[in-house]
Design a protein around this ligand. Structure first.
Ligand code: ATP
Ligand code: MG
Length: 487
């Protein structure tokens, strides 16, 4: 046992949180004569008493040797092969120790290829934070700590291994990971780890857009989205990831919309309800979308053309930084366009709108706009009442608008009165709540509604200052039917 090895006090790790399958993998690798450890976030979370999201195993066995040992395994990754061992729904990721040795680098310091297998000691060095570089052998109950990770963990300190600037340059995603872990674990940054972030934030541009999409999900769809967002803005990373929203985020009402969308998403995740990133992206890009549309309209373009054109241009600009899959950009557009249609609800239109497959998300978005301070003349409340009303009453509500002054246009605008609401009662189908649910990783639609309508705060147009959340009791909404297939 080396200096870096220590037998863990059994009370430091709750055995019952360790996946039996991960244990099985480690045992079998050991029996075949290989070293194998739990590593990374799994060990970190175990030591913090948290339930790990997943378990990674590091070993000196080569990928082909791992494949031979496990029937239900397959190699993934081109640049660096790792093996996924599948047990039903659980996947244990097994990676061969990797060397950080002289990887091929671009001028900026970005790693282009690092494909060498190495020893445990080398593997430690290529990890990002000290608390992510702990190796745990659950069979022997031994923790391997080469870099003072346990001390940092106990001090709740996030410290990058090696020279922070060089490590951020090698892989700028580490800046996003730093933000995410600090927010999720409520850790402080080691000063040297924190210091270069603002100065190097521009390196975000070097991250391939597809990878940046994955990282954006991890940042904002992990249940601590609001905390991540605050740090994210503070360290000026937001400006590089959402360039179009950069200026808008200075406007308190626009900022509030973003925060409320994230707060709603956090609440749903923490209640284990399904969520869609489209809602968060729609909120981030709503202000530039509205501005762009207003410019086009001012230049003489008809409103509905301007809506489509503005959505196209805002989405296209964003795609050059973060590649948002089409299924999500489609939802974003629907959410946006429906903001201009929801005021036009007289007569049969109300029922048609309520039956739109994105009605539910659009309604939630409308409520968030109002909660952020936009004065929509009671439109959100009208739709809330409509969904709570019986079929007959819904018809009355919609018809009385028709006779009493038609469904009025109006629309969405930043910082000002949009569509005008008001109106009374009637009939129609109960809004069925359109499902937008899907797993965060985008694997499958699992069929719950996107919800969390009232993201807290109070409506009303005057007070645009940040308000304490949760003043208003969230309204109950009917849940949507489960759906499957594409969302
Ligand atoms: P999470 O709880 O989000 O899964 P994690 O630390 O396990 O956190 P993973 O992305 O699963 O994060 O990565 C597993 C481990 O791989 C990390 O703990 C870290 O040791 C290493 N790692 C991941 N990404 C990087 C990176 N960009 N640079 C260096 N090491 C990394
Ligand atoms: Mg992990």
């Amino acid at each position: 046992m080396s200096d870096a090895d220590m037998t863990i006090d059994p009370s430091d790790i709750d055995d019952s949180l360790i996946s039996l399958n991960a244990r099985k993998v480690i045992r079998r690798l050991n029996e075949a004569g290989y070293q194998a450890y739990l590593v990374g976030g799994g060990v970190r979370d175990l030591l913090l008493g948290l339930t790990p999201k997943d378990f990674d195993v590091a070993t000196d066995a080569l990928p082909d040797e791992v494949l031979e040992l496990f029937r239900n395994s397959r190699a993934i990754g081109k640049r660096f092969k790792i093996v996924h061992v599948r047990f039903g729904r659980e996947i244990i990721e097994v990676a061969t120790f990797r060397a950080a040795a002289e990887p091929e680098q671009a001028d900026s310091g970005l790693i282009l290829s690092d494909n060498e297998y190495g020893t445990l000691k080398e593997d430690v060095e290529r990890r990002d934070f000290t608390v992510n570089a702990l190796y745990y052998d659950p069979e022997a109950n031994v923790l391997h700590d080469e870099v003072g990770g346990l001390a940092d963990l106990k001090a709740r300190r996030l410290r990058l291994l090696g020279d922070p600037e060089a490590r951020y340059r090698e892989d700028p995603v580490r800046m996003l990971r730093a933000i995410r872990f600090a927010a999720k674990l409520d850790f402080d940054f080691d000063p040297e780890t924190e210091q270069p972030i603002r100065r190097l934030a521009h390196l975000i541009q070097e991250i391939p857009p597809a990878r940046l999409f994955e990282e954006t999900l991890k940042l904002f769809m992990n249940g601590s989205g609001v905390e991540c967002f605050e740090r994210f803005r503070d360290y000026e990373l937001f400006d590089w990831m959402f360039p179009a929203a950069r200026q808008c985020a200075e406007d308190p009402e626009s900022l509030r919309i973003m925060e409320l969308a994230l707060a709603s998403t956090d609440r749903r995740i923490n209640a284990e309800k399904s969520v869609t990133p489209a809602f968060v992206f729609a909120a981030f890009l709503w202000p530039p979308f509205v501005d762009e549309k207003a410019t086009l309209v001012a230049n003489g373009m008809p409103s509905s053309d301007a809506s489509h054109e503005a959505a196209n241009s805002v989405v296209a600009d964003q795609q050059s930084v973060i590649s948002i899959p089409k299924r999500f950009t489609g939802m974003m557009r629907d959410i946006w366009q429906l903001q201009f249609r929801l005021p036009n609800r007289a007569g049969k239109r109300a029922a048609a709108l309520a039956a739109h497959r994105r009605f539910r998300a659009a309604y939630d978005f409308l409520i968030i706009r109002e909660d952020a301070g936009e004065d929509l003349d009671g439109l959100g409340q009208w739709w809330t009442d409509y969904q709570d009303a019986s079929g007959e009453k819904q018809k009355d509500m919609a018809n009385s608008l028709q006779t009493g002054g038609r469904g009025r246009g109006g629309g969405a605008g930043r910082g000002g009165g949009g569509g005008r609401g008001g109106g009374n009662k009637a009939d129609g189908n109960r809004a069925d709540g359109n499902s937008l649910g899907l797993n965060i990783d985008g694997n499958s639609a699992d069929g719950n509604t996107l919800g969390g309508n009232s993201a807290g705060g109070n409506g009303g147009g005057q007070n645009r200052r940040r308000r304490k959340r949760g003043k208003r009791k969230p309204k109950e909404k009917p849940a949507g039917p489960p759906i499957s297939g594409n969302v």
